[in-house]
Design a protein around this ligand. Sequence first.
Ligand code: HEC
Length: 106
Amino acid sequence: MAQDLGRGEALFEACKSCHSLDPAKQGMAGPHLAGLKGRVVGAAEGFDYSPAFKAARAKRVIWDETRLNAYLVDPDAMFKGGWMSPQGLDDEADRAAVTAFLMRGR
Ligand code: HEC
């Protein structure tokens, strides 16, 4: 699985224009994604989410592997009217690798 993590990390470069892995880093276009495993949806401190994400947060929806993989297929299908673009990763192996990287438990 070390290979997958490396691949996921490399693919995550494309997400870094909007997402940091450092919770202290504010002011990016998207919320930080540190410690995403088990995190409540829409709960990064200091980020003003779309109404769709705020509704999910109110319901205490949790990020796990299954949810993240499905989100990356089509973000707008999961959280209608959400603000994330680009809309998804088409390649299944790419999604699995990014999911494994973000869910590695740190
Ligand atoms: C152009 C900017 C941009 C890029 C590139 C981007 N995102 Fe996002 N992402 C966002 C925004 C904005 C949100 C917040 C969505 C909302 O509030 O509706 C978000 C939300 C998220 C969330 C939910 C976080 C939470 O706190 O609940 C995850 C997970 C995520 N993105 C993963 C990714 C991954 C993985 C990639 C790369 C494949 C990526 N994003 C690329 C802008 C981006």
